[in-house]
Ligand binder design. Sequence first.
Ligand code: ZN
Ligand code: ZN
Length: 301
Amino acid sequence: PWDDFRSLLDAHKGQIKRCEKLPQLKRYLQEFGYTSWEEFTPDFDNQTEAAIKLYQSNFGLNATGTLDERTITQMMKPRCGAADVVDGISAMARRRSNSSSSRFLDGARGTVRGGRGPGLGVRHYSFFPNSPKWESRQLLTYAIDASAPAVTGIAAADLSALFADAFASWAAVVPINFTEIPSFALADIRIIFAHGEHGDGRPFDGILGVLGHGFSPEDGRLHFDAAETWALDVSSSSSRSAVDLKSVAIHEIGHILGLGHSALESAVMYPNIGAREVKLELHSDDIEGAQMLYGANPNYD
Ligand SMILES: [Zn+2]
Ligand SMILES: [Zn+2]
């Protein structure tokens, strides 16, 4: 859905030429929280430049405000539909812990922020505003919508096993267990595969582009774009646009637990994942973020 961004290569503020595809790029920046417009004009104005600079700094690119090759390439990669900037707070901004305690109050933003990462004291994980989490819960239930096997072409038993593994990745590091139940209505976490607009104001966009989204605690909605070629095992799929379902599921479950996006490319909570890319191992950054919210699983070492 974002292939047209290529035509914006080298666009920058103040240029005389109006950019035909700029409204699309503005919608993109708005969708992921970078700014908001009342209308999407083709004018490359100050607001556009500021939003692009914030995007660039989140993704470790030169924050020039110009739509250079690397920026365009990054923007076109498939990604999670959850925003990078929530309520004007860029959770992804690289931050250095400046406190000796493991938690500190970030007065400027009024939210409790995470502690030191390993080594340099740089952490990349983030939370939603006010750090919501599942309070006092050791067990969360989940259900997979009955239409999922037909929509994905993946057998129900394989989907069950895949999601069990994805939840188990997180259960290994925090003191929460997850169990599948048959009742969609009663489950804490409800998994669907949906096309386009599906009732939450965050429509899916067809092949690649946005792959899925998970809502912050204690909402429990866990949604995947039914238009994707979801693969149980990308190595046995011949499709160039195959998407590894378990990798995306692990990321979205991170949101369900309360994690925001991480600026660290090797973290599971990094916003983008390529077609055919597999990322199944939680990074220490993901683990530290989850453990800030819930504490460590006593069996985790
Ligand atoms: Zn995400
Ligand atoms: Zn949704």
